[in-house]
Each structure stands twice: as C-alpha cells, then as structure tokens.
Write a protein that binds this ligand. Structure first.
Ligand SMILES: [Zn+2]
Length: 112
C-alpha cells in the first residue's frame, strides 16, 4: 500500500468503497447500545481497524466480537439497579431502606 493511500485512509471518514482499490476487504460490524448494526468494509491490510465506531444515532458502537466487558458500552447497558445489587444484597438494601424511612418519619415527627 502506498503512502498516499495511507494518507487518504487517515483523512477520509466515510470509508466508501473505492472501486479503484482491488485489495480484499473484511466487513467489520459495530453494534451500538441501541442494537443498531453498522457494517463497514476495511481493507484486510488495515492494521488499525477501530474498536469503536459512532453509530448514526450518535452512540458509540462496539466492534462485533469484542469482549463486551472491556468496553464502556457494557457499563452503559447496566442499570443503576444492577450496579446497586453488585454492592449490596437485598437484605442490606431493605435494612438501609428501613433506616432511611425511620429517619424521614423521625424528622416528620420533629417538624410536626
Ligand atoms: Zn445506534
């Protein structure tokens, strides 16, 4: 691959299929948190196929087949509830809830 082509690749963001290039391509698919699929043809020589690609919806897609737990996308798909449960058991949450309710009821009594 010539230096001029490398320069084009870095500068172009559309990655449109150029009929003048006969190099073999691999299709790389990106999946965004909204489950949109974006498939782009990259030359097989492309040594730097990006791991992420911004989806048309504006969210960052993750390269298909990547270990999802290594990507920030995976963290976005976890709800606050999921994260809470990773740190606290249901019993702990119930105890915390009771504690908070007692506090609220106590302050209500004081202000009444
Ligand atoms: Zn999307």
């Amino acid at each position: 691959m010539s230096e001029s082509m490398r320069g084009n690749r870095l500068g172009a963001t559309s990655y449109e299929v150029d009929k003048g290039i006969s190099a073999a391509r691999q299709l790389t698919t990106y999946v965004c948190p909204q489950a949109h699929h974006t498939t782009l043809p990259f030359a097989l020589e492309a040594d730097e196929i990006p791991d992420t690609w911004r989806c048309a919806c504006g969210l960052m897609g993750t390269r298909w087949g990547q270990a999802m737990h290594e990507q920030p996308v995976a963290r976005q798909t976890r709800s606050h509830w999921d994260m809470l449960l990773e740190r606290r058991s249901i019993a702990e949450l119930e105890a915390l809830l009771k504690e908070r309710l007692d506090l609220i009821r106590g302050s209500e009594k004081r202000s009444a």
